[in-house]
Design a protein around this ligand. Structure first.
Ligand SMILES: Nc1nc2c(ncn2[C@@H]2O[C@H](COP(=O)(O)OP(=O)(O)OP(=O)(O)O)[C@@H](O)[C@H]2O)c(=O)[nH]1
Ligand SMILES: [Mg+2]
Length: 561
């Protein structure tokens, strides 16, 4: 037994009264803990806690003026004999044929009526309820008024039903008197299956070595010493151990006194429940570890996830299409006007993917009617990369937490996986790829191209008119000249040459701007996809981490006494 346990045991046993309000607060914290972890942790790990909350709620609503004490032990140890001896009546049959007692008997000190609901709850049949209230010895028994003594069947019975009944009753009573005899006090089942399970209940446990009248005083001491050693190993070192005899009333004095004290204190029910809470919360504590850091799913993990998602959603393809669309549109606006029409016959690379090809993008977002794109579905490798990254998010979150949380985190990370493809598609379709406005310089260049073309057309027209005039034998036009070159020729050649030159000069600029448009589109799509990653994968994981943090807080409140 650890020092802390010893101190706690000593405190609660001697003078540490349990405050009912504080106990109720601990139970409420336990309920809160269960509410928070229920959706995330395996039921099996929580059954004991749920049972306790339920049982404690019921016991606290029932009579606090009664203390239910059970006599438990193996067959023939003398439970029924002690029961009768303490009641000073022959209530429960004592037998030579074993096992004798098959159902629990109860003896109530004081009027039966107020204890009936408690006995209904415990499940003692009405015909097995007895009253220890007689006009003759009322004063003798007054000190035990409020005691409900139960004689249990044997726990090591050949009758399976006996053991089940004992196990059920041991869960409900306020205090247990373990009755052992000189032959079987070291029984393995008694110690391992029962006494060890009651190690949190040393303050509501009494162990009696019955049939001590059969031993010499010296042997009694030897057996008691050995029994105490075994109890120490069971974790019940602080429980009182007494030698008793059902045959010699004088050997029951100390047990009676202890029972009188227990009844007077009215603390056993609270102590029992407090011990139960200690025991249950000790188990629950294995499911709670260090605090989960605020941002347990770190940036690197989210970045890795959004990269995998971006690849699966076809972001590189859309970025490429954006660059191509930029070139396509730049050519349509700034190219040589006479071949622009040809350009327009070719489809816009973004429209081919059913992506909002410019102006519609922002409208689409605002009206939330985002059309589906025709992006290719993710291939197997991309899907498995997404799967791995989703798992990485769960693993990262689970790393500092106890093992039992890992499945919940992994389920949470995958909970919305089915919606991911649609969400990614919507994210891309809803992203403004940055092609909605025609750059000003396109307009300037387009205007210049028109001016140059117009000049060439005027030049051609002028020259044609000149040829026509000459062909008709009319006097030739006197064309103005710039230097030696006639103006119509200058207009034609100059217009053509400037148009070509403008196109040549713009080409590298368009290419550079297309690359920039591609980078910008990619950044915007990645930002949208990171949002999807946060909403569809990280947020459900965070919910579980929040539950963990709340559970941690509640459990700390359960454990603080
Ligand atoms: N000498 C002596 N005999 C006892 C004592 N207590 C019980 N006995 C005897 O031991 C036998 C068994 O006693 P019971 O009281 O029926 O034992 P039990 O623990 O109720 O047994 P089950 O009902 O079968 O679980 C009877 O013959 C009793 O007379 C005692 O303190 N001293
Ligand atoms: Mg019996």
């Amino acid at each position: 037994m650890s020092l802390v346990e010893k101190v706690r045991g000593a405190l609660t046993r001697d003078d540490g009264r349990i405050d009912a309000a504080q106990l109720v607060e601990r139970l409420e914290s336990l309920s809160r803990f269960l509410r928070v972890v229920d959706p995330h942790l395996p039921d099996n790990d929580l059954v004991a806690a749920h049972t306790l909350v339920e049982r404690a709620g019921s016991r606290l609503k029932l009579s606090q003026d009664h203390t239910v004490v059970a006599l438990a032990g193996s067959t023939g140890s003398g439970k029924s004999s002690l029961f009768n001896a303490l009641a000073r009546l022959k209530l429960s049959p004592v037998g030579v044929r074993r096992p004798t007692t098959g159902v629990a008997h109860a003896c109530v000190w004081g009027p039966l009526e107020p204890a009936n609901r408690l006995l209904d709850w415990i499940g003692v049949l009405p015909r097995q309820r007895f009253v220890r209230e007689s006009a003759l010895d009322a004063d003798d028994e007054a000190a035990l008024r409020g005691l409900v003594l139960l004689d249990l069947p044997d726990f090591d019975s050949v009758e399976r039903g006996h053991r089940l009944e004992v196990d059920r009753l041991l869960g409900l009573v306020d205090q247990v008197i373990w009755v052992v005899d000189p032959q079987k006090y070291g029984d393995r089942i008694l110690h391992n299956a029962y006494l060890k399970q009651f190690r949190s209940h040393a303050d509501v446990t009494i162990v009696v070595l019955n049939q001590a009248d059969r031993l010499s005083a010296q042997d009694t001491e030897v057996v008691l010493t050995d029994l105490k050693r075994l109890l120490e190993e069971d974790g019940l070192g602080t429980a009182p151990v007494l030698a008793t005899s059902a045959k010699q009333p004088g050997m029951l004095t100390e047990l009676r006194e202890r029972l009188e004290k227990t009844v007077a204190e009215r603390q056993a029910a609270l102590r029992r429940l407090s011990g139960d809470i200690d025991q249950v919360s000790e188990h629950l504590a294995t499911m709670i570890g260090p605090p989960a850091a605020e941002d347990e799913v770190d940036r690197a993990t989210v970045r890795q996830l959004s990269e995998a998602l971006a690849a699966s959603a076809g972001v590189p393809g859309v970025a490429e299409a954006t660059a191509n669309a930029y070139r396509h549109r730049a050519a349509a606006s700034t190219g040589w006007p006479l071949v622009r029409g040809l350009r327009k016959l070719r489809p816009d690379p973004l429209k081919r993917l059913h992506l909002p090809a410019g102006e519609t993008a922002t409208d689409a977002v605002s009206t939330e009617v985002v059309p589906r794109t025709s992006l290719p579905e993710a291939d197997a490798a991309q899907k498995s990369a997404v799967g791995l990254s989703v798992r990485a998010v769960a693993n990262r979150a689970a790393a500092p937490l106890p093992e039992v949380w890992a499945p919940a985190l992994s389920t949470a990370a995958r909970s919305r996986a089915g919606d991911l493809p649609d969400a990614l598609d919507r994210a891309i379709a809803g992203t403004d790829l940055g092609l909605s406005r025609k750059p000003f310089w396109w307009r300037v260049a387009g205007f210049l191209q028109w001016v140059f073309t117009l000049a060439a057309v005027v030049g051609v027209g002028w020259l044609l008119v000149g040829y026509g005039v000459r062909a008709l034998g009319l006097p030739a036009l006197d064309n103005p000249r710039v230097g030696a070159v006639p103006v119509p020729t200058l207009l034609l050649l100059g217009g053509l040459a400037l148009g070509l030159l403008t196109w040549l000069l713009l080409k590298p600029i368009v290419n550079w701007a297309a690359r920039r448009a591609r980078r910008r589109a990619e950044q915007r799509m990645r930002a949208a996809i990171t949002e999807v990653a946060r909403e569809y994968v990280v947020a459900p994981v965070r919910e579980v981490l929040n539950a963990y943090a709340q559970a941690r807080e509640s459990l700390a409140a359960v454990r603080s006494e």
